[in-house]
Design a protein around this ligand. Structure first.
Ligand SMILES: C[S@@+](CC[C@H](N)C(=O)[O-])C[C@H]1O[C@@H](n2cnc3c(N)ncnc32)[C@H](O)[C@@H]1O
Length: 295
């Protein structure tokens, strides 16, 4: 088959993967637990109370044209590391067209099954068992928005992951990341208290070494053509089971970055030979006299 814009592969190949097989084993064991609101993923369920409005309101503030009830209608979102679809579903209900990908096949099975309970989501969400680099290699599809929520602290190669994000995001598209900072406080609260003492998440869920300092993430984003537009701290209260926004990013944080726009297209007049430019300028104000070559 001849390759065309839909079937051609991007010139990207890699001998290694962003996927860490040890991480996959951990998520595999919990693949049937995603939708237990009181279970291991309870904190991700309640994180929706702040991350969904963050994504929705940021996108709406960048657009002048949206439908009441379906404010994200027409927006194509890639939810990388979607797990059981906890974030894909509310984004789909806001009208977005969501592709959720996850390297753990059983997560995708759980997500697909849960989606089937709501007929509204059938057309809006598609799930695929895939890594981000497979998406980059296998299709020329691009997205308006990428979300990677609580994922980057699990990947094997963060630089490659961010590079892949820039390859599947449209120019001026938005990237939303939530993750955990690498500080002494995140060791004490995120590993010792959350995993070993309170059991908020199962022991071994996180490796402190893989937590991501915001400065490092910002540097990687900027060197891959993104500009970070906002970054804010998130705090989980284990007693109320709720999240709130805080100034400090020393524990969890969320960021919004925008991929640089396409380089400006040369204006039609810029490409004309000098004589045509002169003729164009001379005639531009007169209806019907602009030569075809100049428009
Ligand atoms: C903590 S869960 C977050 C799930 C979902 N984003 C949410 O917030 O509800 C992390 C997810 O990332 C997936 N994951 C791990 N490594 C990944 C990688 N290299 N690329 C994409 N997803 C990955 C895991 O399988 C898991 O489903």
């Amino acid at each position: 088959m001849k390759s065309n814009i839909f079937t051609a592969k991007r010139p990207f190949s890699t001998s290694h993967s962003s996927v860490d097989s040890e991480e996959i084993k951990k998520f595999q064991l919990l693949a049937h637990k995603w939708w237990d609101e009181e279970g291991e993923y309870a904190a991700l369920h309640s994180m929706n109370d702040i991350r969904v409005p963050f994504i929705r309101d940021t996108l709406l503030s960048m657009s002048s044209n949206y439908q009441l009830g379906n404010p994200l209608s027409g927006i194509k979102i890639l939810d990388v590391g979607c797990g059981g679809g906890l974030l894909s579903e509310p984004l789909g209900r806001l009208g977005a067209s969501v592709t959720g990908i996850d390297p753990v096949e059983d997560n995708i099975r759980t997500a697909d099954r849960h989606k089937s309970f709501d007929p509204v989501l059938a057309e809006r969400i598609q799930y695929k068992s895939s890594s981000l680099e497979e998406i980059v290699e296998d299709s020329m599809e691009t997205f308006d928005v990428i979300v990677a929520s609580e994922v980057v602290e699990h990947v094997a190669d963060l630089e490659m992951f961010i590079k892949c994000c820039s390859q599947v995001l449209k120019p001026e598209g938005s990237l939303f990341i939530t993750t955990i900072n690498k500080t002494q406080l995140s060791y004490v609260l995120g590993i010792v208290v959350a995993e070993k003492i309170m059991g908020i998440v199962p022991e071994g869920t996180h490796e402190w070494e893989k937590f991501v300092p915001p400065e490092e993430l910002e540097r990687l984003l900027e060197s891959n053509g993104f500009s970070v537009r906002s970054m804010k701290g998130m705090l989980y209260n284990p007693l109320s089971g709720s999240w709130s926004w805080v100034q400090s990013t020393s524990l969890n944080y969320a960021l919004h970055a925008v991929r640089a726009g396409a380089p400006p297209q040369p204006h039609a007049t810029d490409t004309l030979p000098e004589t045509d430019v002169q003729q164009h300028s001379a005639t531009a104000g007169t209806a019907g006299t602009v030569p075809d070559s100049a428009v």
